[in-house]
Design a binder for this molecule. Structure first.
Ligand code: NDP
Length: 388
């Protein structure tokens, strides 16, 4: 049992992680005081009626108006836009903010939650990819905790309890390999959107499902781990593990490998991040090792899937290069999801933007990073216009 009632805010509550976070809240009896969404007023209304939060914010203006009408009979105050999301973080009584917004839009809410000294249960990896130094410095300045929700990082966080920082040999970051594991570059020419969205082990939002298929997601996770745990990217090894049971591990200097094993279920990671340092009654199923019977491990194919190496390169180059990578990928993935480009072209777009801005993009402020982000998006859009 935890010491007191948990009060949480769920940003991106209508998404894949957000909905699972609310399921955990129901099962664990957390009070939900603040919710956000972008356009999904139907689900936002359902959650307002179910959880009776003090505040709900809609990022999209039209949806804000719609939700206001829908829930005018409730006591929940509706806030507008990205300013509304930060206002909600300022006002809410929540002690933990689960940030499950998708994309770069999650960065400012991350910074605000840390400034308000809330515990940040972080699913929005883009916060760290775009501005890792700034986010970690903010957490330190305000003495705020960041507990990762991404399953791999939750596993690493837990595995790091077994040794000291100076005793870490490497981090083993597992990857499911996505739906196209084993395919050559030539075979990837022919894959469709439907093939891409059929992930073998995880049910996730569409953008991260595309990133899992290109392995860009794993590249982002290298950057996320490097910032979160203060480990150089060269000490992070990606290992493809098709069953998604070992969620990642830490190898220590005595060659012990400490990992976290469980069924693939994001609710466990949300529960851990909110209840930490306690372990509480499970909200999801148990792992049956006998039924599982075997686990397989492979090296990733970085020729067919070049984006893992590009992420490492971005970390080596430093500056705003990880943010550039993220911006280019956000544009490319969106164009692929709207069937404007082919799967194989996602990596081409990202590589092109990366090479165009390869002077390292030195920055001294968040504004500089956001300006590189904007340039990267423009370069990506222009490059896509020229593609057949
Ligand atoms: P989804 O696309 O399923 O959900 C995204 C959420 O963000 C929705 O609530 C959406 O609102 C909201 N949103 C979209 N655009 C904006 C915006 N501009 N401003 C504010 N809110 C916005 O994403 P996922 O749940 O899959 O992923 C969320 C984050 O968690 C990502 O960073 C992802 O990398 C990470 N993650 C996801 C995992 C998963 O299993 N899905 C696993 C590990 C990490 P609306 O519904 O109204 O559009």
């Amino acid at each position: 049992m935890t010491d007191k009632e948990k009060i949480i805010a769920v940003l991106g509550s209508t998404g894949s992680v957000g909905q699972q976070a609310l399921d955990v809240a129901l099962k664990r009896g957390y009070r939900v005081d603040f919710l956000t969404a972008n356009r999904n007023t139907h689900l936002a209304e359902k959650y307002v009626r179910l959880f009776k939060p003090s505040y709900v914010a809609m990022a999209d203006e039209e949806s804000f108006g719609d939700l206001k009408v829908r829930i005018s009979d409730t006591d929940t105050r509706v806030l507008l836009g990205s300013e509304g999301i930060t206002e909600g973080i300022e006002r809410t009584a929540a002690d933990t903010v689960v940030n499950s917004i998708i994309g770069e839009a999650g960065l400012i809410p991350t910074l605000k939650a840390l400034e308000m000294k809330k515990r940040l249960a972080l699913a929005n990896k883009e916060s760290l990819v775009v501005a890792g130094h700034i986010v970690m410095a903010k957490a330190k300045e305000f003495g705020a905790e960041i507990i990762p929700v991404d399953s791999e990082h939750s596993a690493i966080f837990q595995s790091l309890k077994s040794g000291k920082e100076s005793e870490i040999k490497k981090i083993i970051l597992t990857a499911s390999g996505g739906p196209f594991f084993g395919k050559t570059r030539e075979e990837l020419e022919k894959v469709t959107l439907a093939d891409t969205l059929a992930h073998p082990t995880w049910k996730m939002g569409k953008k991260i499902t595309v990133d899992s298929a290109t392995l860009m997601n794993k590249g982002f996770e290298i950057i996320e781990a490097a910032y979160l745990f203060g480990v150089g990217a060269e000490k992070i090894e990606v290992v493809v593990h098709r069953e998604s049971i070992l969620h990642s591990a830490v190898e220590y200097i005595d060659n012990s490998v400490i990992g976290e094993f469980s069924v693939p279920d994001m609710r466990m990671c949300v529960q851990y991040a909110v209840d930490y340092p306690h372990r509480c009654d499970a909200v999801c199923g148990e792992l049956d090792l006998i039924k599982l019977s075997k686990m397989t491990f492979f090296r990733p194919d970085t020729k067919a899937f070049p984006l893992i190496e590009l992420a490492k390169e971005a970390m080596k180059m430093g500056g705003a290069m990880p943010a550039v990578l993220n911006a280019a990928d956000e544009v490319a993935a969106e164009k692929f999801l709207s069937e404007k480009i082919k799967f194989i072209q996602i990596a081409d777009v990202v590589q092109n933007v990366f090479e165009t801005l390869s002077d390292g993009c030195k920055y001294s402020s968040l504004e500089d990073i956001l300006s590189f982000d904007k340039s990267a998006r423009e370069i990506a859009e222009n490059y896509i216009l020229k593609l057949k």
